[in-house]
Design a binder for this molecule. Structure first.
Ligand SMILES: [Zn+2]
Ligand SMILES: [Zn+2]
Length: 293
């Protein structure tokens, strides 16, 4: 008790001392405190400052234990509100998140079986429009390749005409003809470039579809594969049902004629499943329910 009283008295004495200080000394003290504060701030910033961090990241980190708790409690119950079979909780929407669903920070909502956010379409590519996106890429590539091959002779002629016109002292072609030839060259170069770029993208998506993965799952599965490999286990993608089956599921092919009516011709049939559960159709050889991870 005495010790405490002594401490309080010492604090009071120090406070009174500060109060009794002359104005000049008070200003001096204030400057010193400000300098120390500046040094301390600089030291803290040098040690912990991260240019990739903002207040959102800090808040997310602080809420991490709560997320963990909610995540595990809801997983224990199994089914969230509206009876949505989920595997986790979205940290942004604070809503149940089914398997293969991811949050898009640009669209600011959760996307079922999200593949990626396409800046060209200004929309997310997910469960309900993935097939349209793939068909668009594939047919656009085929169109550009057809255009490039069929207009190759036209391009060569236009290119040679323009080149000889620049080399000869007296040009024999008119301004209109020159503009026409330049348009053909532009058309061919544009078509060929788009064909090259899109064929790469289409090929990549074909590989992903054949493996039963989305672009996001490719990265997740790669990390999981490496993690399991370190433990001496083999990772198996639960959504991989064989290459042909994956392609059929993706394109919605249930019988032979669908390759023409649903793949070759434009079709508005919905994708297989609701995007929340991933049970295989009864016609498939692997007739077992895929459990959410
Ligand atoms: Zn979300
Ligand atoms: Zn998006």
């Amino acid at each position: 008790m005495r010790k405490r009283l002594r401490c309080v008295c010492a604090a009071m004495r120090l406070f009174l001392k500060c109060f009794r200080l002359s104005r000049r000394r008070r200003v001096k003290l204030f400057h010193r405190v400000r300098t120390y504060w500046g040094y301390g701030k600089l030291c803290a910033n040098s040690l912990i400052y991260n240019s990739f961090t903002n207040s959102d990241v800090v808040l997310d980190s602080l809420f991490e234990p709560i997320y963990w708790l909610v995540d595990h409690v809801t997983r224990w119950f199994g089914v969230g509100k509206n009876d949505i079979p989920m595997v986790s909780i979205c940290r942004k929407c604070i809503n149940p998140k089914p398997a293969r669903t991811h949050h898009c920070s640009i669209c600011n909502r959760c996307i079922l079986k999200m593949d990626h956010h396409c800046p060209w379409l200004n929309n997310c590519v997910g469960h309900f429009n993935h097939r349209y996106f793939f068909s668009f890429c594939l047919f656009m590539t085929l169109g550009c390749v057809y255009c490039s091959i069929s207009s190759r002779d036209l391009f060569v002629d236009a290119y040679l005409t323009i080149n000889t016109a620049t080399q000869t002292p007296a040009p024999t072609i008119t301004f209109r003809e020159r503009a026409f030839h330049k348009c053909i060259i532009y058309l061919w170069v544009l078509c060929s470039s788009v064909a090259l770029a899109l064929s790469g993208l289409t090929l990549w998506h074909t590989v992903l579809i054949l493996c039963g993965e989305t672009s996001i799952e490719r990265h997740i599965n790669k990390k999981e594969r490496q993690r399991q490999q370190k433990k001496g286990r083999v990772f198996r993608n639960p959504y991989h049902t064989g290459k042909l089956n994956n392609l059929k599921l993706f394109l919605g092919v249930e019988k032979q004629s669908h390759w023409i009516t649903r793949v070759l011709l434009p079709s508005s049939h919905p994708p297989y499943g609701d995007g929340m559960t991933w049970a295989l159709p009864a016609t498939f050889s692997m007739d077992k329910t895929i459990l959410a991870i």
